[in-house]
Design a protein around this ligand. Structure first.
Ligand code: 4NP
Length: 152
């Protein structure tokens, strides 16, 4: 049986989406699901997650230190079944590479799971303090609980 593939997308692929990747992977059966992440920007291609994302993940028992940044491309539309973006700017950038309604239907804002239709952003914690990463972790953990139930 083909595995269902889920992609998490943010801007840099070093703060929010690697956390979302690690959190969701931990909640699903990896025999049936593939979870990955990417950034719309290319500044951090090949880099590990931000040390603050690695630290908050570790605090909750997840090791995301081996993940490496990569850039979202239109090929991801062919590879993935569900694409979750962190904010409305990611949404715009990802949809700009969509080819048709089938591609577009794969994309949603991750916090739509918790606040349907409200277009709530996962705030970018990059320029803030450690507490921002803790808040992001909690939001993503709640959202991924719902995603895991929906797709399992
Ligand atoms: P992320 O955070 O999109 O959650 O990975 C960012 C990380 C780096 C940059 C922007 C956002 N940056 O501009 O380098």
């Amino acid at each position: 049986m083909n595995k269902t593939k889920v992609l998490m997308v943010c801007l840099g692929n070093i703060c929010r989406s690697p956390l979302a990747e690690g959190i969701l992977r931990h909640k699903v059966d990896t025999n049936r699901f593939i979870v990955d992440s990417a950034g719309t920007g290319n500044w951090h291609v090949g880099n590990p997650p931000d040390r603050r994302s690695i630290a908050v993940a570790k605090k909750y028992g997840l090791d995301i230190s081996s993940l490496r940044g990569r850039q979202f491309t239109s090929i991801d539309y062919k590879d993935f079944d569900h694409i979750y973006v962190m904010d409305s700017s990611n949404l715009e950038n990802v949809l700009a590479l969509a080819d048709g309604t089938n591609d577009r239907a794969k994309v949603s804002m991750i916090l739509d799971t918790l606040f349907p239709g409200e277009r709530v952003d996962v705030p970018d914690p990059y320029y803030g303090g450690d507490d921002g990463f803790e808040r992001v972790y909690k939001m993503l953990d709640e959202a991924c609980d719902i995603i895991a139930k929906r797709i399992s």
